[in-house]
Write a protein that binds this ligand. Structure first.
Ligand SMILES: Nc1ncnc2c1ncn2[C@@H]1O[C@H](COP(=O)(O)OP(=O)(O)OP(=O)(O)O)[C@@H](O)[C@H]1O
Ligand SMILES: [Mg+2]
Length: 255
């Protein structure tokens, strides 16, 4: 590889009490590359996602983004590097509408001491921008003014993915982004992943769908019981090998 990877994880380990969630996992992703993370339930995928995005601190190991060590930097600093994450448990604010969710923490709405009229204008701006983004992503919501608590799982997921795509510049991490989506919506999310790739953004995609992984990923890394147990190009020819790594069939052992 000639170019420096956007993301390098080295020997990441993390325990929750007696549970070893991550046990010395290393990976790298380059600009315009899609890395799939595969593994059974409880394999450590979401823990790795949250460690990279700065939500969890590692017990040991390191995380380097664009050449800068962010191992202990925290979620805000990681976001400041142009990293956007769609969490499996979809961290949206239930009491806010999609536009407010889109811009949460980005303060386009301005502080509450602003005159009401001005605050309203900013909110209109955010709503217009959100509508434009969702249209671009071909995501249709029946009512953009409804709070997200009233939206379906798929609609919430669509808003979360759209937000990540809109604000990312370096790396997008998607933790099972198609899990709650129908066929058509899943296809759109996969299209978005391809577009991110084309625009030079690095993507880490967690998925249980081998079809989705084969459709968009350049490489697939398999986790099992917190360890990286195999890595290959996800093709039809390698399908059986990937499944064997996922289920821990005889003959597969930690990398
Ligand atoms: N906050 C937490 N506190 C305690 N244990 C946790 C916590 N988060 C994860 N774990 C444990 O760490 C292990 C790895 O969990 P993780 O959520 O990373 O798995 P996963 O690969 O994302 O699984 P799934 O495919 O079901 O989403 C599991 O045994 C889980 O119970
Ligand atoms: Mg998970």
């Amino acid at each position: 590889m000639t170019e420096r990877p956007v993301l390098q994880v080295h020997e990441a380990s993390k325990r929750f009490g007696a549970v070893v969630a991550l046990d010395g996992v290393s990976l790298h992703v380059a600009r315009g590359e899609v890395l799939a993370l595969l593994g059974d339930n409880g394999a450590g995928k979401s823990t790795l996602v949250k460690a990279i995005s700065g939500v969890h601190r590692l017990d040991s190991g390191s995380i380097v983004l664009d050449g800068e060590d962010v191992t202990d930097a925290g979620a805000m600093a990681v976001r400041a590097h142009g990293v956007e994450t769609v969490y499996q448990d979809l961290a949206l604010f239930d009491n806010l509408d999609p536009a407010a969710n889109f811009f949460a923490g980005r303060e386009l709405a301005g502080p509450s001491w602003l005159p009401r009229g001005l605050r309203f204008m900013r909110h209109r701006q955010m709503a217009d921008r959100t509508r434009e983004l969702l249209e671009r992503l071909q995501v249709s919501l029946p009512d953009l003014d409804a709070t997200v608590a009233l939206m379906s799982g798929g609609q919430r997921q669509a808003v979360a993915v759209a937000r990540a795509v809109a604000f990312s510049s370096t790396l997008v991490i998607l933790d099972e982004p198609t899990a709650a989506l129908g066929l058509r919506e899943s296809a759109r999310v996969l299209d978005l992943v391809r577009r991110l790739k084309e625009s030079g953004v690095a993507v880490v995609l967690v998925s249980h769908s081998m079809d989705h992984v084969m459709a968009v990923a350049d490489r697939a890394l398999v986790l099992r019981r917190g360890r990286a147990v195999g890595e290959t190009v996800p093709t039809a020819d390698n399908h059986a090998q990937l499944v064997a790594w996922i289920v821990g069939a005889a003959g597969s052992r930690p990398l």
